[in-house]
Design a protein around this ligand. Sequence first.
Ligand code: ADP
Length: 190
Amino acid sequence: MRIILFGPPGAGKGTQAKLMENKLNIPHLSTGDIFRNAIKNKTPLGVEVSKILESGKLVPDVTVVNLVGETIKQPIYQNGYILDGFPRTVPQAEAFDKVLKENGQQLDAFISMEVPEDELIKRISSRGEGRSDDTPEKIKVRLDVYNKETAPVMNYYKEKGLYQSVNGVGTVEEIFEKILATLKKQQGAG
Ligand code: ADP
C-alpha cells in the first residue's frame, strides 16, 4: 500500500508511521528524517538544507520532489511506503502524481491527523528531542507555513476522493487503532 500520513507539525505522524511500519510491514519514509540525517552526516543535501530546516521554513519543492522520486525507486519501497512530511505543498502533490504515474503506481490512502493548534504547540514545546526548530519562535513559523502552504494539500486529495481524517487527540494506541480502521474501510471501498 502507498499511504500519505498527513498533518501539522506535532500531530504525531512520525509516531504513528513507525507503528504502521511494524504492523503493516510497509516502510516509513519521512522527508524530515532524511533531511535531519543528511545534516548530521554533512552530505551535500544536508549542507543545502541545514539553514532552511533551522528556520522552520520549507525546502524548495524541486529538491524535495527529486529526493522522493529517487528514494521510492529503491527496492525496499517497491511494494509500498508510508509517506510522512510529503507532499507539503500543492505543487509537491502535483509533482508526486506525475512520479506515481511514471512508475505505474497509485496512491491508496491519504490520512489526515487532526489536532488543534494549542495542543500542537504544547506537544512540540515539551517533546525534548533537542531539535533546533522546536523553539517557540520556530514553532510559530512552522505552524504559519503549515496553514498557508501545507493545509491546501488536503483539498487536493479531497477532490481526488482519497482524503480521510482521523482525530489525532487521544492515546497513541487509540489513534493507531483509528488509523488502522480507516485504512481497512478504505481498502474495502477500493
Ligand atoms: P514537522 O512535521 O514536525 O514539522 P518534519 O520532520 O516533517 O517535522 O519536517 C522538518 C522540516 O524539514 C520542515 O520544517 C522543513 O524545513 C523540512 N521538510 C520536510 N519535508 C518537507 C517537504 N515535503 N517540503 C519542504 N520541506 C520539508
